[in-house]
Design a protein around this ligand. Structure first.
Ligand SMILES: *[C@@H]1O[C@H](CO)[C@@H](O)[C@H](O)[C@H]1NC(C)=O
Ligand SMILES: *[C@@H]1O[C@H](CO)[C@@H](O)[C@H](O)[C@H]1NC(C)=O
Length: 475
């Protein structure tokens, strides 16, 4: 198959003085083929807009990336890049990386052309997925009551932490999801560890998540950031004795780095994403009293004695709209996927430019997509895409238009579809219901900022969460 380089180098040979010939027929033939070639290259080789730079090797962009990375508006900082086009590229150190918010491209990466993209470790990832899938079989039988103990603890932690009627829900949501995830994955709650161990898990986890966040953003340059603490501090042997799941992974992979990586994936998916979802849900609810009131009205139909059934939760359609709206529509939990790598140079991988003509991607090109920006697309979500408005989901038209896994990606799509989707939805729904039932007067703490969506400071580790926490008044 010809590559773009072959194609592009051809005209030079044809029009070079050496190959000049006086024959009219030949000139005609050349003109025709040159025209065809131009048509061909314009069709297949759409020039992708790129992020403009000023310094050699685009070092100014690197500097800018660092500024954004350590700013508290990481994703907003990248908005100008993503506004360039649905698919654009960035030149750094002479290499080109591609990024997209085009639903077709995202669908290609996540499902339709999934096999064409390798995700980091490729095979190990598939294996661990199988393992995780086995562990998750149990999950499907779980009822809200399996969360009762955890939600009860959450409620008592909320009342413990409340000072003068005010509490920050964010750290408590991270505690709650860490508790439920460890219980789910390891079959025993993380609470069975002693306090010291528990704090160590939490602190190291936060540290690792922060490190990963940075590494994800550095992409191929991740080796630049590899602190030793991230590698070893609490040896894996100790953990392996304790947790069957880790032992399983170990048996399969025989590589401590891979095991560590897989555990991190699962823990991150489990803790950070649902905690972020819950944090943003309460963050937006208290800032939108009308939405909160409407949700409270819907929730008043379910029993308050913790005997809620799965079916009852499924009937709460407005709750689902609120979760859809605050989950990734406004702030997705995994907004920026680690760059994936293209197998070969080809126009057939589903990537399309804004004009919908196929785009050639070189083999091994770094590619990334931003769900944060996808979910703010006015084309899909309308001119008020940046407002918190759960009603947009009510008629069911939006999800049809957006298409799950393409224009709306809450739990990834295709083969990577989040294994925990059902678990996460139950876990989040049940917590929202019980907190709202326990604190019907919950509202935004007076004096706390209520800015337009996106203006708030955001902390990005692996998921995105509000930097200033989720301060609420309970009485
Ligand atoms: C998490 O588990 C620990 C240990 O059981 C418990 O002390 C804590 O209250 C729980 N936190 C939440 C928010 O559920
Ligand atoms: C919420 O999003 C999911 C995709 O995860 C979709 O299947 C569902 O229909 C959406 N709910 C509403 C009410 O739009």
């Amino acid at each position: 198959m010809s590559t773009a380089n072959d194609t592009v180098s051809m005209p030079g040979a044809w029009w070079s003085p050496q190959s000049h010939s006086g024959s009219l027929g030949l000139v005609f033939a050349r003109t025709v083929s040159a025209t065809l070639l131009i048509v061909f290259t314009t069709y297949f080789w759409t020039v992708i807009p790129y992020v403009p730079y000023k310094w050699p090797l685009a070092l100014d962009l690197l500097k800018r990336q660092y500024e954004i990375l350590f700013s508290e508006r990481t994703f907003e900082g990248l908005t100008p890049y993503f506004n360039i086009a649905g698919t654009a590229c960035i030149h750094l150190f002479g290499a080109t990386g591609y990024f997209t918010t085009d639903p077709d491209n995202i669908e290609a990466i996540l499902s339709t052309k999934f096999e064409d993209y390798t995700l980091g470790n490729g095979h190990p990832w598939k294996k661990s997925r199988e393992l995780i899938r086995r562990q998750f079989v149990r999950v499907y039988q779980q009822s809200p009551q399996d969360f009762t103990q955890h939600v009860d603890e959450l409620l008592s932690r909320i009342s413990e932490e409340t000072v003068d009627g005010v509490v920050d829900l964010k750290p408590l949501m991270f505690e709650y999801t860490l508790n439920t995830t460890t219980m789910l994955l390891f079959g025993e709650p993380h609470s069975s560890m002693n306090r010291e161990e528990r704090d160590a898990v939490r602190d190291n986890f936060d540290y690792a998540a922060f490190g990963c966040g940075i590494r994800v953003r550095l992409a191929d340059a991740a080796f630049l950031y590899n602190p030793s603490k991230y590698m070893d501090e609490y040896g894996e042997e100790a953990a392996a004795e304790k947790y069957a799941f880790i032992v399983d992974l170990w048996k399969e992979m025989q590589d401590s780095n891979l095991v560590r990586e897989q555990l991190l994936h699962v823990l991150v998916a489990g803790r950070d994403s649902t905690a972020a979802l819950l944090s943003w849900t309460f963050f937006h609810l208290v800032r939108n009293p009308d939405v909160l009131a409407k949700l409270q009205k819907e929730i008043s139909s379910v029993p308050t004695d913790a005997k809620i059934t799965r079916e009852e939760i499924k009937k709460l359609t407005y709750l689902r709209c609120c979760l859809n709206e605050s989950n990734p529509t406004l702030i997705p939990h995994t907004p920026y996927e680690p760059p994936l790598h293209q197998k070969s140079y080809s126009p057939a991988y589903g990537w399309r430019s804004r004009q919908k003509s196929p785009v050639l991607l070189p083999k091994g090109a770094g590619i990334a997509f931003s769900l944060y920006h996808l979910h703010r697309s006015e084309e899909i979500y309308g001119p008020d895409s940046r407002k918190f408005r759960p009603e947009r989901w009510e008629s069911g038209e939006l999800i049809k238009k957006a298409r799950p896994g393409a224009g709306y990606v809450d739990f990834n799509g295709g083969p990577r579809l989040c294994l925990r989707k059902d678990f996460a939805l139950m876990e989040a729904s049940y917590a929202v219901i019980r907190v709202l039932q326990a604190y019907p007067k919950i509202h935004l703490t007076p004096g706390v900022k209520n800015e337009p969506v996106g203006a708030e400071r955001q902390t990005y580790t692996i998921g995105l969460s509000p930097t200033e926490g989720v301060l609420v008044s309970l009485t």
